[in-house]
Each structure stands twice: as C-alpha cells, then as structure tokens.
Design a protein around this ligand. Structure first.
Ligand SMILES: Nc1ncnc2c1ncn2[C@@H]1O[C@H](COP(=O)(O)OP(=O)(O)OP(=O)(O)O)[C@@H](O)[C@H]1O
Length: 232
C-alpha cells in the first residue's frame, strides 16, 4: 500500500513560487488500478514524481509497505526505483539499436525475480516481431514493447503517464486491455495519469486533482473492461 499524508511540493524558480501540491493525502492499495485525472497544471506529474522518488517533497509523508520514502537516501531510492517500479510514458523511450526482444531483456536483467521474456512477448502479442527494431514498428506496437520492458523486471508498481497519449482509440484500448489484464493476473499496482476521463471507467479508484489538490477520490462500484470504456 502507498499512503501519502499532507504532501506538499513548492517550486521556486526565478523568484516565482508555485505550489504544485498543496497538502495531498491518499491511499492506494496493493493490486489496485488507480487513475489520476486532472487538467493541465493540476499537479499530476508532480504527484507521480514525488511518489516515485524522481523528485523530493517539500513536506509530508509517503509510506510504501511500511517504509517512509521521504527518508530514503539517494542510493536507497535509486535501488527502490530500479527494482520495484516500472514506468510507461507517452514517449516509448525504447533503445533504437536493440531489437524488441533485446529491449525487453534489458528490463528483465534489472529485476530480482524477472518474468519470462518469451512468455511476456506472447502476452503482449509481439512474439512474431521479436527480432524487429523499434523503427520498424507502429506506435501501438512500440508502446507494447515499452509495457513488456517495464513489466519484465516484475515491478511492484507501474506508473503510467498518459500511456495512450499518442495512440488512436483502437491501439489505446489494446494497450489499456493489456494493463488491465496484467493488473488482474499479477496483482501489480498500476497508477495511470491522464486527461482522458474514459480511462477512469476501468479503474478501481479514481482520484481527481485541481490546482495541486485532490478534489475527489472515489471507488468505482463496477469496473468496465478496457474495450468497453467511453472514448472522446
Ligand atoms: N520543475 C518545475 N519548476 C517549477 N514549476 C514547476 C516544475 N514542475 C512543475 N511545475 C509547476 O507545477 C504545477 C503542476 O505541474 P504538473 O506538471 O505537475 O501538472 P500536470 O497536471 O502534470 O500537467 P500536464 O497534464 O500538463 O502534464 C504547474 O503550475 C507547473 O508549472
């Protein structure tokens, strides 16, 4: 479980002070798929960055499985991030000179208990493309490689920042279906940040942000399958 209590983050740049997070408290349970919604500038990326240790908090507490993350040293945080967290971004960030298989193997090599790479390739429908290079793939295929690479190390949590931001509806739903199945099958906690309100329909928990604050935090009584969510 991740538990944030009264987390603030203030940026000071060129004499300008921005309160990007103004006292955020929330809990995300193990095995939960949480969607964080909010307009541009509402603090979503800042929230992801402080939870994942890419940035420090100004004040407040972040407890993950009994550990206070804000007290981790740089070395502890790097190790935590490397071994336990997976990231999926709008840009696929694949290694251009490595094949699909090699890109995924890199992910597996980082983990303590990596998943079987061949199984994963089949899982995301890329087995037949395993010897191709990223530039030979469509955007949706590249994002599936990126998902498989994040997953290969068998992380405890996967953070997704606009994972379908560059894709059309069909490819987006395919990606979201894979994330949903992985969440259900492996119990991986998945935290998705997005502008796309349709994605919230497949989440266990929906957190809405505005101006650095959480304005609502609800649990979906019924979750839709990724293929059935609304799309706008
Ligand atoms: N490194 C930084 N230095 C100064 N201000 C920052 C920094 N990062 C973010 N901010 C400010 O903090 C606020 C929240 O930004 P954040 O990127 O978290 O929003 P967001 O909801 O993720 O937006 P988007 O959907 O456009 O990515 C904004 O006002 C932004 O300008």
């Amino acid at each position: 479980m991740i538990k944030l209590t009264d987390v603030t983050k203030t940026y000071e740049a060129g004499g300008v002070r921005t309160e990007a997070l103004k006292g955020v408290s929330l809990e995300i349970e193990d095995g939960e798929l949480a969607v964080i919604l909010g307009p541009s500038g509402s603090g979503k990326s800042t929230l992801l960055n402080v939870i994942s240790g890419l940035d420090t908090v100004t004040s407040g507490s972040i407890i993950y499985n009994g550990n206070e993350l804000t007290e981790f040293s740089d070395t502890e945080m790097t190790r935590f991030r490397r071994e336990q967290l997976g990231f999926i971004f709008q840009q696929y960030n694949l290694f251009p000179n490595l094949t699909v298989l090699e890109n995924i193997q890199i992910g597996a090599e980082i983990g303590n208990e990596p998943l079987n790479v061949e199984e994963l390739l089949k899982r995301v429908g890329l087995y037949d493309l395993r010897n191709k290079y990223p530039w030979q793939l469509s955007g949706g295929e590249q994002q599936r490689v990126s998902i498989a690479r994040s997953l290969a190390k068998n992380p405890e949590i996967i953070f997704c920042d606009e994972p379908t931001g560059s894709l059309d509806e069909e490819n987006s739903k395919q990606i979201l279906a894979i994330l949903q199945e992985l969440n259900e099958e492996f119990g991986t906690m998945i935290i998705v940040i997005t502008h796309n309100t349709g994605i919230a329909e497949m989440a266990h928990k929906v957190i809405r942000m505005n101006s650095g604050q959480i304005i609502s935090n609800t649990v979906n009584p019924v979750r839709k399958r990724a293929r059935d969510i609304s799309w706008s």
